[in-house]
Design a protein around this ligand. Sequence first.
Ligand SMILES: NC(=O)c1ccc[n+]([C@@H]2O[C@H](COP(=O)([O-])OP(=O)(O)OC[C@H]3O[C@@H](n4cnc5c(N)ncnc54)[C@H](OP(=O)(O)O)[C@@H]3O)[C@@H](O)[C@H]2O)c1
Length: 381
Amino acid sequence: MTAVTVRRLEIRAFGGPEVVRLVEDAALPEPGPGEVRIRVEASSLVFTDVLIRRNLYPVLKPTLPVTLGYDLVGRIDGVGPGVTGWRSGDRVADLVQVGGNATHVVRPAATLVEVPQHLDATRVEPLILSYLTAYQALFREAEAKPGDAVLVYGASGAVGQAALDLCRAFGLRAVGVASARREEAVTGLGATFVAYDEPDAAGRLDRLASERHGFKVIVDAARGEALGAVLARLAPGGRLVALGFSAPFRAAGRAGHARPGLLALLRLGLDFLRIKWLSSRPGASGRVAFYDIADRRARHPDWFRSDLAALFTLLDDGAIAPRVQRVFALDEAVEAHRLIEAGEVEGRLVLDPGLPMGAAAVDALRAASPQAAAPPRRTTG
Ligand SMILES: NC(=O)c1ccc[n+]([C@@H]2O[C@H](COP(=O)([O-])OP(=O)(O)OC[C@H]3O[C@@H](n4cnc5c(N)ncnc54)[C@H](OP(=O)(O)O)[C@@H]3O)[C@@H](O)[C@H]2O)c1
């Protein structure tokens, strides 16, 4: 019988896509008290994983070596002592921040959310980080209601596409901002499109804001425009939910750099501090919220569960449809990271750690750890 091993995507140094290494552990980890082992069916390949790989994620500074992967969906295949309510075969989702890009993980049983057995894992996975972020930004932070005017920065990306899909499902009137080449990705979800790289982008956004008497909700996953200009487009009583900052990274990429320069990072840091400061002063107007999914889950684990369950139902009913551009095997992860960093993704990429790998990757694992690597399950070429 072939031994079951753990394959995972590890980094031992922060840096570009090339630091992502496929490694193999000879033995499965055993769950301890209160823990379960999960065989992972799908995990994240998103811009947040790229930020963590570059050690530029502001709310998490991992210790190396570390396994990447912000979330996961999978099936329990080992139950530790003292665990009640879960058994082998149960389908679960979790937000792990790091560690999800693996064939198997051990997790505390208490943090898991049940996933309906019949849903496709590669369509469930985008719901955990990307859709839940958009959902909670719209409905928990900004309390959006049907008919509200919503502006989404970063509209062709993982969170932005989720936000537009949810706007469509809940009857919100969305305007989406992305680069000119992404028009179809935005209008295809029923939103009005504005290209941030067109000459009069700011003027068009001002006009769209004034036609709508201001936006009731602004979801900002990009942080490309000056904060004052964005706030000026809010309706009275409206709310800006700031949650990401892909813009300086895209700008660096367009200029041929792997990452933003020192000045851009400094600006970003100041912007981040200002948003956090504004969001900590609800008395000042409550117009700005800084959203961080891990922080929200720690404060409201009940929301995490109920909102994810609501998203599973929406998916099951066909009310939302996560856009998955491609599903990757473990040995294709470096390519996935390159595509994300180059801005070549519309919607989501997903990792399926159970997908067969190429013979070259299996040979490399065997050379690194002869007792661990299994024979190849497919050939390439
Ligand atoms: N706070 C949280 O809990 C949380 C949760 C999830 C994600 N995030 C963060 O949210 C951000 C976006 O994540 P993601 O996974 O959606 O990234 P993504 O898939 O890479 O998407 C980035 C989006 O930003 C757009 N964009 C780039 N520059 C822009 C600009 N100047 N103005 C408007 N849009 C611009 C991109 O458009 P083009 O591709 O057309 O350039 C793309 O639509 C990241 O910083 C991520 O870390 C935060």
